[in-house]
Write a protein that binds this ligand. Structure first.
Ligand code: ADP
Ligand code: MG
Length: 238
């Protein structure tokens, strides 16, 4: 059983002067698993995802993602590792406002040859794969080169952000409250599509939300406050 995520003894704070936000003895996630991480606002969910994506590095502990020790990697290698292997759906989307819908979805293929060639192997051209994903996400796929991504509704922008995370089949999909702008129907439809894609491509999915109603569809639920010792008064150097 190989692990997509293997964290041990993680301690993290944003700055030395600030308190410890995460103090997590252990988290492991199996390849192909769909994990729901639950916790109230401010409990450290986004911070944890930053660690899983190698955007942030812990001050203590081992951070092993897809078999690689990200905490030991130079920043540039971490950046290319992330571009190749991780699809991030950000809480604030992080779409590029001056690019078209298609160009936003294709962005990971510009930063990663691995994802470019995987996108080509599924569709005939990377654009065809971008359109397939957008269609699957329920977006109309005609005329996606003309409008800027900011011409879409907020819910549609969320779908674009998801298609961008999925293109080129990254091994790990990390989703930070990706359903917060969707109504209830759209929320379940979105989740189904994400699961379908992830299952077909054998991807591991780590999905964070404060909204526990979605949790039952996942393989496993982790309550962040249960595994995070920070703020309980027994954290090191707190
Ligand atoms: P959640 O995603 O569960 O709402 P966060 O991970 O965003 O929680 O925040 C956890 C804690 O880290 C909070 O106390 C928050 O104030 C702090 N924090 C988050 N981002 C930053 C940052 N960029 N700089 C300093 N502190 C931060
Ligand atoms: Mg958050």
């Amino acid at each position: 059983m190989s692990l997509a995520v293997d964290l041990s003894g993680i301690v993290y704070r944003w700055r030395k002067a600030l308190p410890v936000v995460l103090d997590i003895p252990e988290i492991s996630v199996t390849v192909g698993e769909k994990l729901f991480v639950r916790g109230p606002s401010g409990s450290g969910k986004t911070t944890l995802l930053n660690l899983l994506g190698g955007v942030a590095i812990p001050e203590q502990g081992e951070l092993k993602i897809l078999g690689e020790r990200l905490d030991l990697m130079p920043a540039r290698s971490r950046d290319s590792f992330r571009a190749d292997h991780i699809g991030f759906i950000f809480q604030q989307f992080n779409l590029i406002p001056y690019l078209s819908v298609i160009d936003n979805v294709l962005l990971p293929c510009r930063f990663s040859l691995r994802r470019l060639s995987k996108a080509k192997s599924r569709g005939r051209e990377p654009e065809a794969e971008a359109r397939r994903l957008l269609r699957r996400m329920g977006l109309p796929v005609e005329n996606l080169t003309g409008p800027l991504v900011t011409d879409l509704s907020v819910g549609q922008q969320q779908m674009v952000a998801a298609a961008r995370a999925l293109i080129g089949g990254p091994d790990l999909i990390i989703a930070d409250e990706p359903t917060s702008s969707l109504d209830e129907n759209a929320r379940y439809a979105f989740l189904n599509l994400l699961f379908l894609e992830a299952e077909e491509a054998g991807q591991t999915l780590i999905f964070v939300s404060h909204d526990g109603r979605l949790a039952e569809a996942f393989d496993r639920i982790v309550d962040l406050p249960d595994i995070n010792r920070a703020g309980r008064g027994k954290s090191p150097k707190c």
